[in-house]
Design a protein around this ligand. Structure first.
Ligand SMILES: Nc1ncnc2c1ncn2[C@@H]1O[C@H](COP(=O)(O)OP(=O)(O)OP(=O)(O)O)[C@@H](O)[C@H]1O
Ligand SMILES: [Mg+2]
Length: 169
């Protein structure tokens, strides 16, 4: 009988964020993980799911001070902390593979440091395999009602490498 999918359950964790404080708590815990120093983390989820918010909480927990922008137009926002380089990518508007080479992104992904990647699917084929894949899904997302106070997110963490396994919550 052919095996259609072999998935080790120990590589996946799913948590529920009731509100943004839960997101902050997850970020805080992850920030204390030494494996983060060389990790590549993909953030998946629809527009407004909370990818940038998680990155902001993580960077704050790592003691980044000052503005944390969403690099929508710049594609990449670098942060240099003592002993830790961080690069935050948003590939939402990315459509030029040549830019990936010209901007030196290939070198960045080969460097030691933390890479956080929103919309990696828009740079598919250019990115190296990530260590951890985070999928943020709004629970009962409001369709029209923007005043809805439903802030719950179901968040799935999937390790893609041995290093990723050490990053699971
Ligand atoms: N965990 C959360 N709980 C409640 N609200 C949240 C949470 N995360 C984000 N939000 C709110 O949702 C809005 C959009 O979040 P954010 O910008 O992080 O989304 P995103 O996934 O980065 O979207 P995009 O794909 O457009 O970059 C923000 O106003 C933020 O306050
Ligand atoms: Mg974003």
């Amino acid at each position: 009988m052919p095996i259609l999918e072999a998935r080790d359950l120990h590589t996946v964790r799913t948590v529920l964020w009731t509100d943004e404080a839960d997101c902050a708590a997850t970020a805080q815990a992850l920030a204390g993980n030494a494996s983060l120093r060389t990790a590549c983390i993909e953030l998946h989820g629809t527009l407004g799911a909370g990818k940038t918010s998680f990155v902001r909480h993580l960077l704050r927990a790592l003691d980044v001070v000052g503005a944390i922008k969403s690099p929508t137009y710049a594609v990449m926002e670098p942060y240099a902390l003592p002993g830790l380089s961080i690069w935050h990518f948003v590939f939402y508007r990315f459509d030029d593979p040549q830019e990936f080479e010209d901007a030196g992104f290939r070198e960045v992904f080969a460097s030691t440091g933390l890479k956080l990647v929103e919309w990696p699917e828009r740079a598919a084929g250019l990115l190296p395999p990530c260590d951890l894949r985070i999928e943020i899904a709004m629970v009962d997302a409001p369709l029209i009602d923007t005043d809805s106070d439903d802030t719950r997110r179901q968040v799935t963490f999937q390790a893609e490498t041995p290093l990723g396994l050490t990053l699971l919550p």
